[in-house]
Design a binder for this molecule. Sequence first.
Ligand code: NAD
Length: 469
Amino acid sequence: MATSRPDRLPGHRGERFAVVDPATGEAFDDVPDQRPDELDAVVGRAHRAWLDWRADPVARTFALHAAADAVQAAGDALARLLTREQGKPLAESFAEIDRTAARLRYFAELTPVPQSIADGRPVHSEIRWRPLGPVAAIVPWNFPLQLAAAKFAPALAAGNTMVLKPSPFTPLATRLLGSVLAAALPENVLTVITGREPLGARLASHPGVRHVTFTGSVATGRAVAEGAAASLARVTLELGGNDAAILLEDVEVERIADRLFWAAFRNCGQVCMAVKRVYAPARLCAEVAEALAQRARTVVVGPGLDPDSRLGPVNNAPQLARVERCTAQALADGARAVAGGHRLDRPGYFFAPTILADAPPTSAVVTEEQFGPVLPVLAYRSVDEAVEAANGTGFGLGGSVWGTDLDRAEAVADRLECGTAWINHHAELSLAQPFAGAKDSGVGVAGGPWGLYGNLRPFVVHRPRKDRG
Ligand code: NAD
């Protein structure tokens, strides 16, 4: 059944591609397959809209609050469409929409602060902040709306305009969001485009774009940075992770098991900052694996629109194949599935929540980002060994340490090479904090005031002091 949404795309010639419901594996709608040769017109309109949008910060604040109101008013339709194409339980889609609105409100209230430079010279020097121009945003399929908002809220608040390209796996809710926001924002301030590659590659390298902000895998991030180099556009990359959770000797396993389980399995494990590896003291390893496995065996897995479902399907067929491949390889190499370990025998892209014990440290499920409902629990003999293993991949997004002695846990967390570390938690983020991956997990800083300044350039004015003429 097709969902009706506005389809007016100036200059588009009418080709479309199908969108699949991951709970059934069947196509249920389609969207315009825009071609790269449409980008000149789209970016040109974004540039012209920028000339007015950049001029009035007060109007921007009002418009962004109105945009947040519009998102919340459309919450029901947005949430249902998001669940249908992404697969996540409906309650999580509503939470994603709330965070989308919250981000708009947060950045609506942020303004850049001019700064004076006092360095003893006889001039008055002031840093003012200027927007960059049209920004290109490219986002993945795991949190289509929330990640888009993490890009457009700071970019628009800073006075830029944006061309936003969602993943071809999840274009529908973003298109609807685009039309909802169009009612609150001036024309062409935010343009949603949909299409398959090379649309993203050509957007990233378009000469009219002044900042490319990308969230996705490390490999695509590299390609985006190469593309943006052609026009020397600024690049912000929020890339993959392979976060480790280190459990210390004094951890109370039953007390933390729920939190740890959901830190790994929320959104079916398709979270850049999910716990993707657990390191437990050898003495506790079996107890930890069993506590997590109990939850994995009993959690209700089903279509996101079913109110009983706590875990939905994997979002798409290639991703499911990747999860299956990593798991099968670990099992072939000697890992044991304490829970799950296989695809579910039902239509759609469902994989049984899986806890693996004895996975070889070199297996892909440990060293790579498998990005699905699979969690290896690995034994360590010393904390130094655990920290070394946690830091031993190219990723550096987040990490966590779990134990009763908080000072000791914090001392271990301080040794993690990543952007954010938690004690007895994982992936809890504040809108006001900087979000930046270490190593291959990212370039640039998003979140909080850093996210606003990441969309501005300093403009410095020097003038003689009055007494020096
Ligand atoms: P992906 O890199 O395959 O795709 C991301 C986006 O890039 C999609 O819109 C895709 O269509 C587009 N794209 C593909 N090829 C492109 C190219 N050559 N040039 C420009 N754009 C191109 O990632 P995915 O599979 O959609 O998402 C999963 C990845 O995203 C995981 O690695 C996950 O960790 C990461 N992620 C990171 C964060 C973060 O904040 N660090 C958040 C969420 C997801």
